[in-house]
Design a protein around this ligand. Structure first.
Ligand code: ZN
Length: 343
């Protein structure tokens, strides 16, 4: 089983044999000019037909195109091979999940960009390198493995081997670091797009003194400045689990609604965008749209076509780092790492 994010399908569930199978099929399409003609584009399927009843049976969607229909570009073929397998495998996993947490985790995997951090180039110079320990915990969370021995959080709650309590513990330091890191990435990205901004502008305070996380100093759109507020909610938190079990992204969507209500009074003067993410990496739709827009502006200014992808990866990494800090934050004081964690 791999942890890769394959073809933007939020995978992480491919077995190596399945991945090889898709690669082989797509390479067949790349290498043979004959296969690129509409009449025989998928004739390779006769040779590589999967056994009946296997997850590969999803490949039926790759039937030969009808006459006059343009053949898919070779570059897109591998993702097309993988997509039906991922859908079927995920559906089977969701149906077979034995705990609500597993069901919610599998649903989160369907998010196209939940695994963006896995595709980041690991570079210490770029700040995209996760330490071995951070990577171990992040991958364990994604795969639903145990990350530690059961122990008691300083708040008094019991932490299971999966470590989920740390992701939503009110006393966890990771919540703050995750929030700060994501905001810093957004602020830097806006400046890269030549949109100056400040953090926590006093002019946007609510009656109880709360301020949104940032504001652009020049208009963002329709003559209004952008005001944003970041929040990261836990997919597995008891308050969200009943909904994340049923709907992918339910927690992020709920958090967006909550932020929008809180800052509704700003809408006549500003463009307010809630940037909500879940600990599993699922994006809220409004925040994702904003991040894409910022990335596109950077791309337009710098000529770097991957700016949007890089920006999503950086925020995704910030969430994972926050998860790691949150889980490490449940360690009882005075206890050494090696007493609690697996190696
Ligand atoms: Zn706690």
């Amino acid at each position: 089983m791999t942890v890769s994010d394959s073809g933007g399908c939020g995978g992480g569930i491919f077995e190596s044999g399945e991945l090889n199978f898709c690669t082989q099929l797509s390479e067949n399409n790349h290498r043979s000019d004959i296969l690129r003609t509409p009449a025989s584009a998928y004739s390779g399927l006769r040779v590589l037909r999967p056994p009946a009843g296997h997850a590969y049976s999803g490949l039926r969607v790759l039937r030969p195109p009808e006459a006059g229909v343009r053949t898919p570009s070779p570059e897109g073929v591998q993702a097309a091979w993988e997509s039906p397998i991922l859908d079927i495998t995920l559906s089977q996993l969701i149906q077979g999940a034995t705990t609500p947490e597993d069901t919610a985790r599998y649903r989160a995997l369907r998010d196209k960009f939940a695994g963006a951090w896995l595709n980041a180039l690991p570079s210490p110079q770029l700040g995209t390198l996760l330490s071995n320990e951070s990577f171990r915990i992040a991958v364990s969370l994604r795969l639903g493995c145990d990350v530690c021995q059961p122990h008691k959080c300083p708040c008094g709650a019991q932490v299971t081997g999966r470590g989920y309590h740390g992701l939503s513990c009110r006393r966890s330091a990771g919540r703050w670091s995750r929030h700060e890191a994501a905001n810093n990435v957004i602020a830097r990205a806006l400046r890269s797009a030549e949109v100056p901004c400040i953090r926590e502008s006093a002019g946007c305070s609510t009656q109880d003194g709360k301020r949104p996380d940032g504001m652009t100093l020049i208009p963002w759109s329709r003559g209004k400045s952008l005001v944003w507020d970041v929040t990261c909610v836990d997919t597995f938190a008891p308050s969200y689990l009943p909904e994340t079990v049923r709907y992918q992204g339910a927690a992020a969507s709920k958090a967006e609604d909550s932020k929008r209500r809180r800052y509704a009074f700003l809408l006549d003067r500003f463009i307010f965008v809630p940037v909500a993410m879940e600990t599993t990496g699922v994006w809220g739709q409004e925040g994702l749209l904003l991040i894409n827009q910022i990335g596109e502006r950077i791309a337009a200014r710098t000529g770097q076509p991957n700016a949007v992808t890089f920006l999503r990866q950086r925020i995704s990494l910030a969430v994972q780092r926050g998860n790691v800090a949150s889980i490490l934050g449940t360690l009882p004081e005075g206890k050494e790492l090696e007493e609690v964690y697996y190696f």
